[in-house]
Design a protein around this ligand. Structure first.
Ligand SMILES: [Zn+2]
Ligand SMILES: [Zn+2]
Length: 558
């Protein structure tokens, strides 16, 4: 009898394109033979003070070089650092996009803004669902996080099972009752997991993150002690947090208004899908806020990161269409400060305090709890999954390195691989090893923040080379808000024809007027001023010359 020839299982290549050694733009490609799937397609937010750049996405050159299109995309959940890059990924994708109902609803809106119609390719999945794509079977598992409907993925491959946690914490009392599927994770662990890819965000925090419910007491104190209006700034995706504030509003007879475009959009989507429940008569429109006494109102607003164009920044300098804050009002920052945003946030807080508002952050009251597991929750994940290999993801190098140590402490037999974006991690009969480097990097995107999406343009190197650079320089007295001398404009590579020449001549006056017309608080704030000069100049250059140069304002204070 002859033994049939045993074909070795084809190797599986895992290539993180973003999200390693950085926070944000989580994107990972997994290839076996001619089939590539991508887990998440995230963005990173540019720092508020980085003028003109709104988003950063990973360079997708690696996918172009594969020779075949991506067969399917899986989204672990609806946060921007996992879905925001999808419009830019779609040209590389031929198959469906799988994700939870909520994640897909948020995505649909985003794709619409980019005029990408792939609605028939958005496939909702739920916990326990299994999806077959070529040699892969992708199994969806419930995990808890700071928003509803989040998934971890168990990817069954010819080499073994890869577990990708997505973002998670282990909330035993989630607001929606949907607990993390620890039993299935343990079962997978028992059956044997080849590799675990786990969220490292909070590995350096001790203990456990705590339940979303933990903030209820802190907010309750604010509701009982506030005479005026309550404004709560949070991420527009913090739907559990919205629910907590809505419930307290109903309990304390206040009306809720969502303020800021992202907040209005997301609260509508979440209500439509049943993830956010607002008792009849509680919600009012933002434009109706002034019709009610301040003691009857809670506003849930965008701008927790100090973004100059967001609702809270406008409210803070008394430049918002409808919402004002005064003495007796309380403004709550119910979000963590993303590193790099501290100055911008501090600036907004100062303006709010100047208006007489009581500014409350996590350091005064427990008004924020993280959605990412602390070290004890990560240890629990490791001891349940017991992988052969462990690859820390979602974090800067120090978090990845710390997570590697934690994994080793839990199980000495787990082999830890701290890899980087672009490393081609191959699993084959020999085990796991980094066998090559793929081209990776970052691309800068602008335009989404202003909502002028029809004009949305990539500002990559090609673009910069085509439309050039404009540097308007203004000197201003930060005490009085008076301009010192005329603004100056320096250009590089900005094609000067007749119309653009005239335009540049007028631009000086334009900047002068824009500054003169700005409220005093904006004129005496370098960050806000820079944003105003940039936005004004960009609008005019685009309208009159049809160009999108990179505009980098320089504000000198005297
Ligand atoms: Zn998340
Ligand atoms: Zn994330």
């Amino acid at each position: 009898m002859t033994t049939p020839e045993v074909r070795p299982a084809p190797p599986v290549d895992v290539v993180p394109l973003g999200g390693l050694r950085e926070f944000g733009m989580n994107t990972m490609a997994i290839t076996c033979g001619e089939t590539t799937i991508v887990i998440d397609a995230g963005v990173m937010f540019a720092e508020p003070d980085l003028p003109g750049v709104d988003l950063v996405i990973p360079d997708l050159a690696y996918l172009e070089g594969l020779g075949h299109k991506v067969a399917a995309v899986f989204l672990t959940h609806g946060h921007e650092d996992h879905i925001g890059g999808l419009p830019y990924l779609m040209p590389h994708v031929q198959g469906p996009v799988y994700g939870s109902r909520l994640a897909l609803a948020l995505v649909e809106h985003r794709l619409e803004q980019h005029a990408i119609d792939v609605r028939d390719r958005l496939k909702p999945v739920a916990p326990h669902d299994r999806v077959e794509v070529g040699p892969f079977t992708i199994e969806c598992l419930r995990v808890t996080h700071s928003m509803p409907d989040c998934l971890a993925l168990a990817i069954h491959t010819p080499q073994g099972v890869l577990v990708h946690t997505g973002d998670f914490k282990i909330d035993h009392t989630p607001l929606d009752g949907e607990r993390s599927d620890l039993p299935r994770l343990a079962e997978l662990g028992q059956q044997g997991v080849l590799a675990l890819f786990a969220d490292s965000t909070n590995v350096d925090r001790p203990g456990v993150a705590g339940s979303e419910r933990d903030v209820v007491d802190g907010f309750e104190e604010i509701f009982t002690s506030t005479a005026g209006k309550i404004v709560v700034a949070m991420f527009a995706s913090s739907i559990h947090r919205m629910q907590i504030v809505v419930d307290l509003a109903a309990q304390f007879d206040r009306h809720v208004a969502f303020v800021g475009r992202g907040m209005i959009d997301n609260s509508e989507t979440a209500q439509r899908l049943g993830y956010l429940r607002i008792p009849h008569g509680v919600q009012i429109r933002d434009s109706d806020v002034r019709e009610y006494p301040p003691s009857d109102v809670v506003c849930i607003a965008t701008g927790s990161q100090g973004e100059p164009a967001a609702a809270l920044s406008r409210i803070a300098i008394d430049d918002h269409r409808v919402v004002k804050v005064d003495d007796d009002d309380v403004v709550v920052f119910s979000a963590r400060a993303i590193p790099g945003n501290e100055r911008a946030i501090g600036r907004v807080m100062n303006h709010l305090a100047l208006r007489g508002a009581d500014v409350i952050t996590d350091s005064q009251k427990h008004v924020h709890v993280s959605g990412h597991g602390h070290v004890e929750e990560l240890k629990l994940m490791h001891s349940l999954v017991r992988p052969k290999y462990f690859v820390p993801i979602h974090g800067e190098y120090r978090q990845l390195a710390r997570h590697a140590r934690v994994a080793q402490a839990v199980s000495g037999s787990t082999e830890v691989m701290v890899i980087d974006n672009g490393d081609v991690l191959r699993f084959d009969a020999e085990g796991a090893a980094v066998v090559a480097r793929a081209e990776v990097g970052r691309r800068l995107i602008d335009g989404t923040r202003t909502g002028e999406v029809a004009d949305e343009v990539l500002r990559d190197r090609r673009h910069l080379a085509g439309d050039g650079l404009i540097v308007p320089m203004v000197a201003i007295n930060l005490q009085t808000g008076e301009l010192a001398g005329a603004p100056e404009i320096v250009t590089r590579g900005f094609v000067v024809d007749e119309s653009s020449e005239a335009l540049l001549r007028d631009a000086t006056a334009l900047i002068r007027d824009a500054i003169r017309d700005a409220p005093i608080e904006e004129r005496t704030d370098v960050g806000l001023l820079r944003e105003r000069v940039r936005a004004e100049l960009q609008r005019v250059v685009r309208r009159k010359a049809g160009r999108r140069p990179l505009i980098v304002p320089v504000v000198m204070e005297i």
